[in-house]
Design a protein around this ligand. Structure first.
Ligand code: TZP
Length: 208
């Protein structure tokens, strides 16, 4: 069961330097965030594990789920709730065989084909993106847009989180198009008041 609507993805390089990543995530958790994906691709294994331990301790305190990007080994070692797989990771069905229901599996997708494949492979949820233009993801080419988000959301049964260029003022449209929830980096980590920004997004995405 996916019991969160906001999926917050980390990027310590986007955190205003007066805060550490941990302090910023703490603010988001205070604002009500219930799912964090640790995505720090440039850290080596031991640094990443150290950070994952800290994130585990912190998220547990706020009863929030922790996902680790790409690294099943780190997810298991840190006692995370799930692993978030990319299109280049070990595939979801291979992970599922080993972990059964012990961990949740999220998968990053960029097309209907990838979304269907992730569902068939046993993913619990997917992110779909980039929906809007976002500087960090220009390499994916043209944004998918809301129509594609709607089509994918209708054609898979697992929850779809809209990702890429999602800002407060776009959350409603993403929901209306059919997204189950929203995933984001810069809108929250770049906010002057992270706690309040997280609160605001959660209110909109839950429709309250
Ligand atoms: N995958 C597709 S877009 C994206 C990722 C990781 C980055 C989203 O970042 P932002 O700042 O929420 O647009």
């Amino acid at each position: 069961m996916i019991d969160f609507k906001l999926y917050l993805i980390t990027d310590r390089k986007q955190v205003a330097d007066r805060y550490s990543l941990i302090a910023s995530v703490r603010q988001a958790l205070k604002g009500g965030a219930k799912a964090i994906q640790l995505r720090e691709k440039d850290l080596d294994t031991r640094e990443l594990l150290k950070l994952a331990y800290k994130m585990r301790e912190l998220t547990a305190r706020y009863d929030a789920r922790l996902f680790i990007n790409d690294r099943l080994d780190i997810a298991l070692a840190a006692g995370a709730d799930g692993v978030h797989l990319t299109q280049n990771s070990i595939p979801a069905d291979a992970v599922r065989k080993v972990i059964k229901e012990k961990l949740m599996i999220g998968v990053s997708t960029h097309s209907l084909k990838e979304a269907k494949e992730a569902e068939e492979a046993g993913a619990d949820f997917i992110t779909l993106g980039p929906i809007y233009r976002t500087p960090s993801k220009l390499k994916y080419g043209k944004p998918l847009g809301l129509d594609k988000l709607g089509e994918v959301s209708r054609k898979v049964r697992i929850p779809v989180f809209a990702l890429g260029g999602i800002k407060s003022h776009r959350v409603k449209a993403a929901k209306k198009a059919g997204a189950y929830g929203v995933a984001m980096i810069s809108e929250i980590f770049g906010a002057g008041n992270i706690e309040r920004k997280a609160e605001e997004i959660i209110r909109i995405v839950k429709g309250i």
